[in-house]
Design a protein around this ligand. Structure first.
Ligand code: ZN
Length: 429
């Protein structure tokens, strides 16, 4: 039996949490156990759940593997991640999703829920084997061609219709392909000054508007990946006001960084560490995204952890790969952007980073309140420290963090997966 001593559940008064057989068996004062985790000053959150992680396996094990990516997840306080389907081969069959699911079980650092591709090979031509993936051991409920947009309206409609049979959800990467041909950076003043091909907000907003209408038309669930513009927020707010089944996520980096990073980086302009899809937007967009996450228009934070090897990132801007790693810094960035600004309290953070993503992914046993009888999926977090981000200290196989040189608040001290520590004293167990 493990006892966590003096933890502040959701930032409340210090309590002891007793864990037995993987469950929370008692919450109170002066509890004893065989193993003691001292949690003075630490906040206890339900284990974080990520709806959007690129683990890169199979196919790009030079960037990340299920083993290294789930280690990074545990270090970031996550007890469950959804592994995106844009691997090689693509996760578009029961065989591939079961392989990823099994690798997650073997690694054991957090639960791995494979996302199934919407279309075969992410080619946008034919629906993948959605039903077979849903019925597989991996029990897929989230389907996405992430990295690519399901731009064909008929295919998107068919996918939305199909997933209703098993209460699945289509997670759309909203990017109108013709409007973003060769696009490099948010279309605006900065892209103009740098001479980089603009990536207009309307390319995202047009797809979101269309998909909200389609989801309403067929009565299905739509999830919008990595919302990045103020206009997208307005459309999602409108769709929700109609009672439509639309949910949305925002990444930590879109809550903190703007397109001006591409111009005013510490090492000079055109630093491709800031190249990401969708692109970093403007200060006004960041403000709108923060407000939308606070008022619940955007349901959750999702990392879009996108590891790339050095040779794919440290090259000229136009040739560099798009994406940033984010699992190990997500909670700190959310503290900086949302908690320190007074927009969310710790109960709000738990809701947006655990409860709601687990519900959208239809996970049982994750995202549950820290109460007696609940699975002991627990993150212990110290919000009081501030440390400079050190990419070399990260456990992800890749180092493409945009936060190097920044000092961020907070540190994950421990992560417990069904009562078993995966991280203790800030180190992998
Ligand atoms: Zn995406």
């Amino acid at each position: 039996m493990i006892v966590i001593r003096n933890a502040r559940i959701l930032g409340g008064e210090p309590r002891d949490i007793l864990i037995a057989n993987g469950l929370i068996s008692e919450i109170g004062a002066g509890l004893g156990g065989d193993t003691v985790i001292e949690a003075d000053g630490l906040i206890a959150l339900p284990g974080l759940v990520d709806l959007h992680t690129h683990l890169r396996e199979p196919g790009r094990e030079d960037a990340e593997t299920v083993e290294t990516g789930t280690r990074a997840a545990a270090m970031g306080g996550f007890t469950a991640v959804h592994a995106m389907a844009n691997t090689s081969p693509v996760a578009d069959t029961a065989g591939v999703v079961e392989q990823v699911w099994r690798r997650g079980q073997e690694a054991g650092h957090c639960d791995v829920h494979p996302v199934g591709a919407v279309t075969s090979g992410l080619e946008g031509k034919h629906l993948a084997e959605l039903g077979a993936m849903a019925d597989s051991q991996a029990r897929v409920r989230v389907f996405s061609d992430d990295g690519k947009c399901v731009s064909d309206a008929v295919l998107m409609r068919r996918a939305l219709e199909y997933v209703k049979a098993f209460d699945g959800v289509v997670a759309q990467h909203a990017q109108e392909p013709r409007l973003t041909e060769g696009a490099q950076l948010n279309e605006g003043e900065v892209s103009g000054r740098l001479g980089l091909t603009g990536w207009p907000a309307v390319a995202e907003e047009a797809i979101i508007a269309r998909d909200c209408l389609l989801a309403a038309h067929v009565g299905s669930r739509l999830h919008v990946c990595h919302v990045s513009t103020a206009g997208s927020v307005e459309i999602i707010r409108w769709a929700k006001s109609k009672g439509w089944n639309v949910t949305a996520e925002v990444t930590p980096h879109h809550l903190l960084l703007t397109d001006s990073c591409a111009e005013a980086s510490p090492v000079g302009p055109y630093n491709p560490i800031y190249k990401v899809n969708p692109p970093l937007r403007t200060h006004e967009d960041v403000t709108a995204l923060r407000e939308a996450l606070a008022d619940g228009t955007i349901d959750c934070v999702a990392t879009d952890h996108a590891p790339h090897p050095v040779e794919d990132k440290e090259t000229e801007w136009a040739a560099a790969a798009m994406g940033m790693i984010g699992l190990e810094t997500a909670l700190s960035v959310v503290q900086e952007a949302m908690v320190e600004t007074g927009l969310l309290d710790w109960a709000g953070v738990a809701d947006r980073m655990s409860v709601r993503p687990a519900r959208i992914g239809r996970l049982s046993g994750q995202g549950l309140p820290l109460e007696v009888g609940a699975p002991a999926n627990i993150t212990l977090y110290d919000p009081a420290v501030r440390t400079p981000v050190d990419p070399t200290a990260m456990v992800s196989r890749s180092r493409n963090t945009p936060y190097e040189g920044l000092t961020l608040p907070g540190r994950v001290v421990a992560t417990l997966l069904r009562g078993r520590p995966t991280v203790l004293d800030g180190k992998l167990v």
